[in-house]
Design a protein around this ligand. Sequence first.
Ligand code: NAG
Ligand code: NAG
Length: 442
Amino acid sequence: MSAAGNAHVVVFAFPFGSHAAALLDLARRMAAAAPGVRFSFFSTAATNRKVADLPSNLKVYDVDDGVPDGHVLTGNPLEAIGMFIDATPENFRRQLGEAVEDAGARITCLLTDAFLWFAADVAEELVVPWVAVWTAGPTAAALHMYTDEIHRRLGDGDRHPAGTLDFLPGMSAIRVGDLPMEILNLDTPFARLLHSMGRVLPRAAAVAVNSFDGIEPAVEDDLKSKLQKLLTVGPPPAPRRSEDQSGCLAWLDRHSAAAVVYISFGSMLTPPPEELAAVADAIEEEGIPYLWSIRESPQRQLLQEFFDRTESIGKVVGWAPQPEVLAHPSVGVFVTHCGWNSVTESIIGGVPMICRPFFGDQMINRRRVEETWQIGVGVGGGAFSRDAVVRALAIVMRSDEGTKFRENISRLQKCAFSAIEENGSTTLNFESLIRIATSPQN
Ligand SMILES: *[C@@H]1O[C@H](CO)[C@@H](O)[C@H](O)[C@H]1NC(C)=O
Ligand SMILES: CC(=O)N[C@H]1CO[C@H](CO)[C@@H](O)[C@@H]1O
């Protein structure tokens, strides 16, 4: 890496959900591994505002969010996403000059959220490689690349939700009903963005995926044959224990092995009140110790009496250090919406799951958990009811099937651990990523 001193990686984030944080996390890891390389991180002011403690070779730039002055957003996330998409790619392009001037180095690589597919063109104009970062799993990435094929096969009429996608490599477990709405209905700006992304990903010099080798082998092989380079770069290094402000880990320390149920639906969604009440009723009936992460919301208010009544067996927090919680030996089961990060963190922690997916890739992830990997259960009927949760808890915590889940998950866990060893796939792929982003050929 002799020319690394002049290397300059520009990072474009997608400023919604957990995407910007995931890109920043990757940029931080790269900046730490390549201290002589300059990183310029582009996102909206709303997400950049929360950024702190940056290394000296990583600088943040605000791009326009596309919301007209004085406009009041309705709160529907698709509205803000649509306005942002309309503002691209000009909002990103406008900041490039300033970043180049500050860095005193021309750009050597464009590393962007895969959603920002127009970066393929921007990188071509700059004559630098485009590295796309896919923050979810290989299956979801492949399905976006197969969107045209899926439409050809299924037609527009009779789409039976139980029909499988066995016409695609490694997809025989996936059902039509598991597909994200954005693949089945291409009429929204967000769906069109994902559709375009699926078509241009083969133009990327590399696609970095937040996964580890060996957990979806058939899909990984298929992606390798279609992409210039597939770089699995998960899981992130082990978290530090110092961030236990909420006291979750200290609380878990007081419980015996696999005794606690951990409940979290991520930062993006809160299930409807009747479903939360069903989970609460089931836990109270079973008397199982629980750790529940739920941010302040009207739904949380409605659970307050339950939290008060069950104070002796439960702990409720607005935010939990999830990877550390799931890695704690006291956690025996995870009630989850099946976001990709949650699923991989549960695998790394060796914790079987009870799945209640809502949207996006969550239904696909649940199918992998329940059928492909056999490391958890969905709730009968698709939504939480008290009886369904009681049954699912009994299966995971007390049945032979639960034992089987734990055996199966330990095999996947080994994939994660070997990926981050000295010559593991993630370790080598991360080095490869740094090389592509900073190499003098650019
Ligand atoms: C990793 O690979 C290198 C090069 O092939 C080799 O020299 C080294 O011994 C390997 N390390 C381990 C721990 O296997
Ligand atoms: C998918 C998978 O690996 N399933 C296995 C889970 O564990 C049971 C019991 O060891 C096996 O029979 C399954 O094949």
